[in-house]
Design a binder for this molecule. Structure first.
Ligand SMILES: *Cc1c(COP(=O)(O)O)cnc(C)c1O
Length: 401
């Protein structure tokens, strides 16, 4: 049990209310600042982004847009249409532009794909990113596939294949690495899943966190998007929000069969990007930027590995294995995740996400993002302090009884 003073309890109530209002997503940093000015948020470890990539983007943006006056064009002109931005990406990704669909954030693509192409039955692996089940239209059957806690919420490819064959859905979704636990399925296993499940009309693979995963010692990028050519039922989605640290811009893309891109473009989405997103996409495909980005990506992966290693040494919490830039943490018996989140926020100014609302999790969990080295050090120090205080309280309680 976490103890709060009466004053703190008032704040706890407000925090819980904000969370309720935000539904299945966490309240944003801005919402917190506006509605809870009494809390000084020092570290936002709720949002899952690479802060060094944000720095890199700002460096380019200042030099090329802000300080040159090009900002004016960017604001007053229409951005390019969906297909034009797709062409820019096509060369870089070595994928036919007709197979690329640009989204105002990946969330728009998730919505577009599920609303338009899921007709009967969808299998959703849980725990997951909530939009996948929230966007399913009425009348469509949702079947949940539970990732097993005993297996640290990792995907068992063979078991999954058997399950999907039994249920015969028209759509399946895998997030790799998965959100909220960071579990990673090797490319070879995902490939096997795709090959075994060729009867499924839509195989959605969400690679929003793939830039943090690796299979070689050199941390080389992995992706399945090039397989769309051989497997027309494959739909690979990618948000740019997390790995490039630019959620505010709203940029994502999907790689899918040409007919799907055609259908979507006939239904709207022509001008769904904005000038800033177009600038980002152009930057993303430039070799000078790509070279620098890869450096900050790898540096961040290495720091994240150290962060996870240090978290694993802290008592009373279980850190699940992760290949993403965050970890799922299970709290010891008797600690409520909402209390723990409030405590971290009130006493240390650290904002983390409760996972109470995540279906498929059994126990009390929080999700914690890796931030800059300095912020990570502060998080480790604060968590140790918080846990120590709890342990002392628990011991004191035992002596009383
Ligand atoms: C954050 C997230 C998205 C959506 O990202 P956008 O900001 O809309 O690009 C999609 N999928 C997963 C798994 C995510 O975590």
């Amino acid at each position: 049990m976490i103890k709060f003073t009466d004053d703190e309890l008032k704040v706890v109530k407000k925090i819980e209310q904000l969370k309720d209002e935000a539904g299945s997503h966490a309240p944003s940093f801005f919402t917190f600042k506006q509605k809870l000015p009494e809390i000084d948020i020092k570290v936002d470890a709720c949002f899952l982004s690479n802060p060094y990539a944000t720095d890199l983007f700002i460096e380019y943006f200042n030099k090329e847009i802000l300080h040159t006056g090009n900002i004016r064009d960017l604001l007053q002109s229409y951005p390019s249409q969906n297909g034009v931005i797709a062409e820019i990406l096509a060369d870089f990704l070595k994928i036919d532009s007709k197979r690329i669909f640009i989204g105002n954030g990946a969330i728009e693509i998730i919505q577009a794909v599920i609303h338009n192409f899921t007709k009967e039955k969808i299998i959703i692996t849980i725990p997951t990113f909530s939009s996948y089940y929230e966007y399913v239209k009425d009348g469509i059957e949702v079947v949940y596939y539970n990732l097993a806690k005993e297996n640290d919420y990792n995907l068992d490819a063979d078991q999954y294949i058997t399950f999907v064959k039994q249920h015969r859905p028209d759509t399946i979704v895998l997030i790799n690495p998965n959100n909220p636990n960071g579990g990673y399925t090797k490319i070879a296993d995902v490939q096997r899943i795709i090959e075994e499940l060729s009867f499924v009309k839509n195989i959605i693979i969400d690679e929003s966190f793939i830039h943090f995963a690796y299979e070689s010692e050199s941390y080389q990028l992995v992706s399945l998007s090039h397989l769309v050519e051989q497997h027309p039922n494959l739909i690979v989605l990618k948000s740019m929000s997390k790995d490039f640290g630019i959620a505010g811009i709203r940029a994502g893309y999907g790689v899918m069969r040409k007919e799907y891109v055609d259908t979507l473009l006939k239904n709207g989405y022509l001008w769904n990007s904005n000038g800033l997103a177009e600038y980002f996409f152009r930057l993303y495909t430039r070799t000078d930027f790509a070279y620098k980005y890869d450096k900050v990506r790898i540096n961040y992966i290495i720091e994240t590995l150290e962060f996870i290693h240090e978290l694993q040494q802290i008592p009373m919490i279980k850190v699940y294995p992760s290949m993403a830039n965050f970890v799922l943490i299970e709290l010891a018996d008797g600690i409520q995740s909402t209390d723990f989140v409030s405590k971290l926020l009130i006493s240390y100014g650290i904002y983390v996400r409760t996972c109470d609302d995540k279906i498929g999790l059994k126990g009390q969990y929080i999700r914690l993002a890796s931030r800059s080295k300095e912020e990570n050090d502060y998080i480790i120090k604060s968590l140790k302090d918080c846990v120590n205080t709890q342990m002392k309280l628990a011991i004191a309680n035992e002596t009383v009884h």
